[in-house]
Write a protein that binds this ligand. Sequence first.
Ligand SMILES: O=C(O)C(=O)C[C@]1(C(=O)O)C=C[C@@H](O)C=C1
Length: 263
Amino acid sequence: MKKMMTLGPKGTYSEIASNTFIKNLNLDVSLEFKHSIDACFSTVFDYLVVPIENSSDGFIQRTLDLLALSNAYITHDLTLPISFKLISNIPLDEVTSIYVQFKAQNQCLDILNTLGKKLIITESNTESLDKHLLDFNSAAIIPSHLLASSNYVVNAVEDYKNNETRFILIENNLNLETTSLLYKVSMCIIPFDDKPGLLSDILFLFSKEKINLSSIMSRPTKEKIGSYTFFLDFLLEKDKLESLFCELEKLKERFHYKLLGIY
Ligand SMILES: O=C(O)C(=O)C[C@]1(C(=O)O)C=C[C@@H](O)C=C1
């Protein structure tokens, strides 16, 4: 049976996203959980589901970095509403520390700043719950759907009420069978050298081709200060992909580009 990897343990939003992909795409897979986004990327998989972007805290930087290094491609995406609750066994002013997942932390800053407690950062929301259950004096921020028999519960502790996260399905081959005429393309561009006008040349190319960029992000190449990889998402009409690649090829002395997915 084919394997789908995602961030676990069971109970994460990544599990809900995986089950939604399985249902919507009618996939016959066994779902396996890994303890971190790094561990998800470093195992052999047929399908991988990871969070990529949150509406209030932006891109999940580790996902972008690992995607750029991976030989697999985004083939689908979906967005889920995300809500958190804060739980504890003792009154909040008495708790010594709060378990919170690294991305959930920045979605719940108001309450965390108000409480001013020591934070213990975890890799997943389920890990926050599991660790809290072993630590009586702690509290935890966990997804609203996770059940825990806690004495104190504060619901909807996310800073923004329409909080949502986009998840991607990654496969080992490009999805060339998309039926829609307009699809999303994700790509990264790695400049060979930091020269004036490079970013404007890239943007000019997209504007000349009348391609609607929906996001542009930079991440350090980690080689030296000031050296960046640019991540682009855009909408493209099916018949324009070839001409875009021709245009990109013309600039190939200036940068290297990598297709991250079509979906
Ligand atoms: O820990 C989880 O529940 C996850 O699926 C991870 C994750 C993330 O890293 O963005 C997913 C959705 C929320 O934004 C918070 C956590």
